[in-house]
Design a protein around this ligand. Structure first.
Ligand code: GDP
Ligand code: IMO
Ligand code: MG
Length: 421
């Protein structure tokens, strides 16, 4: 049995969706354990191109059972749409996708509050996805959340009434419009009835699977540096993203997690506000245009930067990464030279990521090493040996810095555009 967590070692969008899609060939269970539909995971395979927000990206492998753990927060309308989209694409999910009744529901007031808080913060805003993530997790830990179990125990209506009364007061005070109880109640009852066939306590399923030596693939949402505790607070997301969250979010004891795949983009991107020490700000430069991406969830333009090895090394340490999956190496093709940040300095003294907070990180000086690039298109390479020498050296440099092997190398967005070592 292996229990493998797949985590992003940067600020999200490392290519976790693609990695989980191809790793799922070996899995019995594929699971999401944190975050919500702030995630946007791209999968490109024989079924088509998908931007997935809630269903585990490993669902395309025929023999997998998909789990959405209690640590995930769910916007039911988004999940229903996603299930319908997958069924339509021929990826039948009925009878093999299970939602924990412990998961919390994103309510309309969470999304409204997310927006109102962002606007109130003005220039200091987080740049959230406005999917209600901060407010729903705040309600979860302050005992104000609404879960699927509330429908079965007939608590939904009374809990909603209390919450709406509270939330409407805040919304109106902040200049928003009060929500109508009957409308919210009826919409969510409808969602519940649609999703009821998928809702099932995961405890026995997970425990029986562990006992039967099944293979689990645990898919993180967001990245290590958006983690509430270890990320660039307050420019983070509202959930724990490091592998320990997989334990809490799914009920898998930590000692079972044997492998941690760190998905690492060959450069760095970030969406929203917060420090990005290696950021490339020249929007008219060749490299900015090369690295440019559009966010899978919000359609915003992603900020870009050079590869930051201090960040990758820290992720390997905090998340106990055992092997790396390097993505988007193909995007670097064509550059004469590539900059790589090997460490930080603050006032001419060496400093580690964890020694400074977000505001300190804005001031650190990334120390760069310049390495030679390669001109060849590597999109068709399927073995390490087929890569140009400089591309091989780039991979070896990352392995050396991280102290662990790069086992997979992405040379294109499709499932098959992957070198397996
Ligand atoms: P996730 O949130 O970590 O799943 O990542 P996203 O899907 O948000 O963003 C990653 C982007 O990179 C998507 O557009 C993927 O299709 C794309 N991608 C992933 N791996 C590769 C790769 O090796 N090469 C190229 N060119 N694109 C890739
Ligand atoms: P995946 O799983 C990149 C960022 C937002 C914002 C901050 C807080 O696709 O890698 P939130 O809506 O969570 O309250 O926003 O976190 N963020 C992501 N950035 N990829 C993601 O997910 C993200 N999910 C949230 O841009 O800066
Ligand atoms: Mg993404």
């Amino acid at each position: 049995m292996t229990v493998t967590a797949v985590i992003g070692s940067q600020w999200g969008d490392e290519g976790k969706g693609k990695a989980v899609d191809f790793l799922a060939e070996q899995a019995d269970y594929v699971a999401r354990f944190n975050g919500g539909n702030n995630a946007g995971h791209t999968v490109i395979n024989q079924f088509g191109t998908f931007k997935i927000h809630l269903v585990p990206s490993g669902i395309f492998a025929r023999n997998t059972v998909g789990l959405i753990g209690g640590g995930v927060v769910i916007d039911p309308a988004v999940l229903i749409e996603e299930i319908e989209m997958l069924n339509k694409a021929g990826v039948g999910v009925e009878g093999r996708l299970w939602i924990s009744p412990r998961s919390h529901l994103i309510m309309p007031y969470h999304k409204i509050l997310d927006g109102l808080y962002e606007e109130a913060k003005g220039a200091g805003a987080t740049g959230t996805t406005r999917r209600g993530i901060g407010p729903v997790f705040a309600d979860k830990v302050s005992y104000n959340g609404i879960r699927w179990t509330d429908f079965a125990s007939n608590m939904f209506e009374s809990r909603l009434q209390v919450q709406l009364e509270l939330k409407n007061k805040i919304i109106v005070a902040l200049g928003g419009q009060a929500l109508k109880y009957e409308e919210v109640r009826d919409a969510y009852r409808e969602y519940y009835l649609k999703l009821k066939p998928y809702i099932r306590e995961l405890f026995s399923l997970v425990q029986d699977g562990l006992k039967a030596n099944k293979n689990f693939l645990l898919e993180q949402a967001m990245g290590t540096f958006l983690d509430t505790d270890w990320g660039t607070y307050p420019f983070v997301t509202a959930s724990t993203t490091i592998p320990s969250a997989a334990s809490a979010g799914l009920g898998i004891p930590p000692r079972y997690i044997t492998n941690v795949v760190g998905v690492t983009k060959a450069y760095t991107t970030r969406v929203g506000a917060g420090p990005l020490p290696t950021e490339i700000k020249a929007t008219d430069s060749e490299v900015y245009k090369k690295f440019g991406e559009v966010a899978a969830t919000t359609g915003r333009v992603r900020r870009v930067g050079w590869l930051d090895l201090e960040v990758v090394k820290t992720a390997v340490q905090i998340s106990g990464v055992t092997e790396l999956c390097l993505t988007k190496l193909d995007v670097l093709s064509g550059l004469d030279e590539i900059q790589v940040c090997t460490r930080y300095e603050l006032s001419c003294n060496p400093v580690r990521y964890a020694d400074v907070d977000s505001y300190g990180l804005e001031k650190v000086e990334p120390i760069y090493k310049t390495v030679p690039g390669w001109k060849e298109d590597i999109g068709q390479a399927r073995s390490f040996e087929a890569l140009p020498a400089n591309a091989q050296n780039y991979v070896k440099m990352i392995e050396e810095a991280a102290g662990i092997p790069v086992k997979w190398i992405g040379v294109g967005p499709e499932r098959d555009a992957t070198i397996r070592r």
